[in-house]
Design a protein around this ligand. Structure first.
Ligand code: FCB
Length: 463
C-alpha cells in the first residue's frame, strides 16, 4: 500500500493507553501474526522458483524507494524454523502466510513443482508442531512473470491458472490447512498495480485495472468450490483492505465525493462478493473503463464464503477534486498523529469499520487479517528495540477490537501485521512493520518491545 502524498510525522505522545486483557475476547478468539511470501522468503532462485512480477518490477530503476528487491528479504525460506519458533514463543494461536505462485508453476509444465509444494508442506508441518493454526493466502501479489507476459490478471486465462494453483495447493496441504484466503487486497492488485502503477506490474490504465479487479474476483469465486471439494472441512474467505471514510467538509460536494470514492474503494468489491453485483452508480461514473463481465460471472463471484478478512490501517478523508482520479476525488493528507508511513493513527476506525461491514453484508465471521504500524525503529546499544509507539498502537487497536466484540460484531480473530520487518513493496526496506526486528545485514531477529507486550497479552500477563 502506498500513500506517497502523505507527509510522514511522528506519533503524538500521550498517556499510557488502557489495553484490554485477552480474557475479554473469549477463549476461542484467534490471535496471530501475518506475513507474505515475497516480503519475507527471499531464495528467489531456489528449488525451481521462477521470476515474479515483483522481481521484474523491482529490477526496473525508480520503482522501489531504496532500489532493493525481495531476492533475499528475511531469508525466511531457509530460516523458517527460527521464525516459527518466535511465533510459538509469542504465544500465537495462528499464523497467516502466503504462497509464492512462482514456486509452484513455472509456465513450462502443467504439473506443479514438487519442490515448491514440499517447502509449503514442511512449513505447515512446522506450524502444526508449534501449535500454530495455518492460515494460507493463495495470492499476495507475486504473480509469475510468465503469466504477466501473457496479459496477467487482465487476461481471463489467468483466472483458470489461479484455479489450478488453488487446486494444487489444497490437494497437497488440505489435510492440514483448513483456513484458506483466496486473495489479499484485490483493490491493491488492481488499482495500485494497474492504474496508479506504484506496484507491480506498474501499469497505469484504468480500464486494465478494472478488468484485473473483475478477474481477481472471478478467480476467487471459481476457486471457492475447488477448495471446498479438496478440503471438505475448509473455511474459505478473502481479505480486503478497507478504510472508514470521512468527508473533507460537510459540503454537498465533499459528501458526494465521499460517496463516489466509497463506490470504488468499498462497494466495488463487497457488493459483488455478496451477490449484489457492481454498484450501479459507480458503473455509470466509470464510463468506458468498466470491465467486460460475461453472463454468469456475478453468480460465480458471489460463491458463499465462511469469513471475510479485513485489513485495517487507517481512515481516508475524501474531498471533491474535479479532474483528479477516475471519480474526481482526492484523499487528503493526514492531520494529527501518524505513523512513519504518514498514515493516520485512528483506532476507533477499526471498530467503526467492522460494525459497518457486519451491518451491510452477510459476511459470517470477520477476522482482522492485517493491522499494524510502521515506525523508524532503532536498535539501542543494549540490543533493545523500544518501539513505544508501536506498542501503544497495538494496545489501542486491541481496545477498539474489544469494543467491536462487546458491540456484538462477529469478529473472531486478529492478525498483527507483521511478525517480521520485511520488504515493504515500493518502499523497499525503508519501512519497518514488524513486531520482530530484522537486521538485514546479519539476518538477526530481535524481539521489539511491542512483541514483548503482545506476548504478555497473549499469556494473559496483562489485564
Ligand atoms: C498491506 C499489505 C501488506 C503490507 C501492509 C503494510 O496493504 O497487504 O503486504 O504491505 O499493507
Amino acid at each position: 500500500m502506498t500513500t506517497r502524498d502523505m507527509p510522514a510525522a511522528s506519533p503524538a505522545p500521550g498517556p499510557e493507553p488502557h489495553a484490554p486483557g485477552r480474557h475479554e475476547f473469549g477463549p476461542d478468539f484467534l490471535w496471530g501474526c501475518a506475513t507474505s511470501s515475497y516480503q519475507i522468503e527471499g531464495a528467489a532462485d531456489a528449488d525451481g522458483r521462477v521470476e515474479s512480477i515483483w522481481d521484474r518490477f523491482a529490477a526496473t530503476p525508480g520503482t522501489i524507494r531504496d532500489g532493493s528487491s525481495g531476492r533475499v528479504a528475511c531469508d525466511h525460506y531457509h530460516r523458517w524454523p527460527e521464525d516459527l519458533d518466535i511465533g510459538r514463543d509469542l504465544g500465537l494461536s495462528a499464523y497467516r502466510f502466503s504462497i509464492a505462485w512462482p514456486r509452484i508453476f513455472d509456465g513450462t509444465s502443467r504439473a506443479p513443482n514438487e519442490k515448491g509444494l514440499d517447502f509449503y508442506s514442511r512449513l505447515v508441518d512446522g506450524m502444526l508442531e508449534r501449535g500454530l493454526q495455518p492460515w494460507a493466502t493463495l495470492y499476495h501479489w507475486d504473480l509469475p512473470q510468465w503469466l504477466q507476459d501473457r496479459g496477467g490478471w487482465a487476461d481471463r486465462a489467468t483466472v483458470g491458472a489461479f484455479v489450478d494453483l488453488a487446486d494444487a495447493l489444497t490437494r497437497r496441504l488440505g489435510d492440514r490447512v483448513k483456513h484458506w484466503i483466496t486473495h489479499n487486497e484485490p483493490w491493491c492488485t488492481a488499482i495500485l498495480g494497474n492504474y496508479e502503477g506504484w506496484h507491480a506490474p506498474g501499469i497505469k490504465d484504468l480500464r486494465t485495472a478494472l478488468q484485473v479487479a473483475h478477474h481477481v474476483l472471478l478467480s476467487h469465486g471459481q476457486a471457492v468450490p475447488v477448495i471446498r471439494a479438496n478440503v471438505p472441512d475448509a473455511r474459505v474467505g478473502i481479505s480486503l483492505s478497507l478504510h472508514p471514510l470521512r468527508p473533507a467538509s460537510e459540503s454537498a460536494r465533499d459528501l458526494a465525493a465521499m460517496e463516489r470514492h466509497d463506490g470504488l474503494r468499498y462497494r466495488w468489491f463487497l457488493d459483488p462478493l455478496y451477490g449484489r453485483g457492481y454498484p450501479a452508480a459507480t458503473l455509470a461514473q466509470l464510463g468506458d473503463a468498466v470491465p467486460v463481465v460475461l453472463p454468469g460471472d456475478l453468480d460465480v463471484i458471489a460463491a458463499p464464503t465462511d469469513f471475510l478478512g479485513v485489513n485495517y490501517y487507517f481512515p481516508e478523508t475524501v474531498a471533491d477534486a474535479p479532474g483528479h482520479g477516475p471519480l474526481d476525488t482526492r484523499i487528503l493528507p493526514a492531520q494529527g498523529e501518524t505513523t512513519a508511513m504518514g498514515w493516520p493513527v485512528a483506532p476507533q476506525g477499526l471498530s467503526e469499520l467492522l460494525a459497518r461491514i457486519a451491518r451491510d453484508y452477510p459476511c459470517g465471521s470477520l477476522y482482522v487479517t492485517e493491522n499494524g504500524a510502521c515506525y523508524d525503529d532503532v536498535v539501542a546499544d543494549d540490543g533493545a528495540v523500544r518501539d513505544v509507539a508501536r506498542r501503544r498502537y497495538l494496545m489501542r487497536h486491541l481496545a477498539a477490537l474489544r469494543q467491536a466484540v462487546a458491540d456484538g460484531v462477529p469478529v473472531r480473530g486478529y492478525f498483527a501485521w507483521s511478525l517480521l520487518d520485511n520488504f515493504e513493496w515500493a518502499e523497499g526496506y525503508t519501512r519497518r512493520f514488524g513486531l520482530v526486528h530484522v537486521d538485514y545485514a546479519t539476518q538477526q531477529r530481535r524481539l521489539k518491545d511491542s512483541a514483548a507486550w503482545y506476548r504478555a497479552f497473549l499469556r494473559a500477563d496483562v489485564d
